[in-house]
Design a protein around this ligand. Structure first.
Ligand SMILES: Cc1ncc(COP(=O)(O)O)c(C=O)c1O
Length: 363
């Protein structure tokens, strides 16, 4: 069996009649930016998350950056050292001064104690990430003081202890990059909020500071979620809960099949995770990945370098050794194949191959 790390084709095929009908309607309308399709998707997406407003933007990076601009944050902003580089890029592109906190070694989400200890008088905002689809300790982080922008780019549909994420802060940013739990077939993103003033300001900022006419009232940016992507997103959205349930089921199968496997350490997962990625720590990671590749099994690393060690974020002044848990995790983590239509037999095969690798003394 050939098992890539992710396969979008089954989700696209399963929804073909829905997105095809929407594309036909879009071509008939002839409006491709800021049209009816966006308004409908924004309404439905907000409702699906039990939030009041969703504002579509061009990608998840802009969603985070626009939240920082909407909150008028330009000062020190602390995020986790373990995330996609775009979390950091969003912070620097908004003009804020980036700093990093370490992760909890059990979940790899930002450690709320470490984050709290790094807050100073200069700290203006926090950008916690709901990494791999698992909400971080947003209940504790929301009480730390600074403005909280949630990077939920990997966590569509996730709630924290049964509560919508918008209950913890008025800025929740999502990415619709194609491989996400809710992905477009191109770039896309959204900010979800319960606050009418925040939604209003984001709509202004995403459209060049305009209010529907040709006058710019503020130096916003051009970051709109286009009508074509809304056709796909509106077709996929009714399946999100079912696809998340399937991801959770597969993550549980992996957990069960890999428990006690020598060389493998599982991450702690909570019931509220939407299992965007299935990640374990692995001994001899490089050789394990090669062995799996030889058997047709794809893997990924999310992420190989902690953000404080990226040259782009050297301004944080945090050297090697300063965030030991994130640094160690980056040397050990590996993401295994996971997508909603992956058959159970696929997950079992991956787990068996991993066991065979370590039983053979590590390949
Ligand atoms: C955690 C996280 N933050 C931010 C982003 C940026 O999203 P986008 O690629 O849509 O700009 C991504 C996705 O790449 C992500 O996974």
């Amino acid at each position: 069996m050939h098992l890539p790390v992710v396969n979008l084709r089954p989700s696209i095929e399963a929804t073909r009649p829905e997105w095809q009908a929407r594309l036909d309607a879009m071509f008939a309308r002839g409006q491709f930016i800021l049209g009816e399709g966006l308004a409908e998707f924004e309404r439905d997406y907000a409702a699906s998350l039990q939030a009041k407003f969703a504002v579509g933007v061009a990608n998840g990076t802009d969603a985070i950056a626009l939240c920082l601009r909407a909150a008028r944050v330009t000062g020190e902003t602390i995020t986790t050292a373990l995330s996609a580089p775009f979390t950091g890029i969003a912070i620097t592109s908004a003009g804020a001064k980036i700093r990093f906190a370490d992760v909890d070694p059990e979940t790899l989400s930002v450690d709320p104690d470490d984050l709290g200890n790094r807050i100073t008088k200069r700290t203006a905002a926090l950008v916690p990430v709901h990494l791999y689809g698992q909400p971080c300790r947003i209940d504790r982080i929301a009480k730390l003081g600074p403005v909280v922008i949630q990077d939920a780019c990997q966590a569509h549909g996730a709630r924290f202890q049964g509560q919508p994420l918008t209950k913890f802060s008025p800025y929740v940013a999502y990415s619709f990059y194609p491989t996400k739990n809710l992905g477009a077939l191109g770039d896309g993103g959204a900010v979800v909020t319960d606050r009418a003033d925040v939604a209003r300001r984001l709509r202004l900022l995403r459209d060049g500071g305009r209010k529907g006419g040709q006058v710019s009232y503020e130096t916003g940016i051009n970051s709109r979620l286009d009508e074509m992507q809304c056709c796909y997103l509106s077709a996929f959205l009714p399946r999100l809960a079912e696809w998340n349930a399937q991801r959770r089921h597969l993550a549980k199968l992996y957990d069960e099949s890999l428990t006690g496997c020598p060389g493998i350490q599982l991450l702690k997962r909570h019931a509220c995770s939407v299992s965007h990625l299935y990640v374990v720590r692995a001994k001899q990671r490089g050789r394990l990945r090669e062995y799996l590749a030889q058997h047709g099994i794809g893997t990924g690393i999310h992420y190989p370098v902690p953000l404080h060690l990226h040259p782009a974020f050297a301004s944080a002044g945090q050297k090697r050794g300063s965030l030991p848990h994130a640094e160690k995790a980056c040397r050990e983590i590996v993401s295994l194949p996971l997508w909603p239509y992956l058959p159970d037999s696929g997950a079992f095969e991956v787990a068996e191959r991993i066991r065979a690798f370590y039983a053979g003394g590590g390949g």
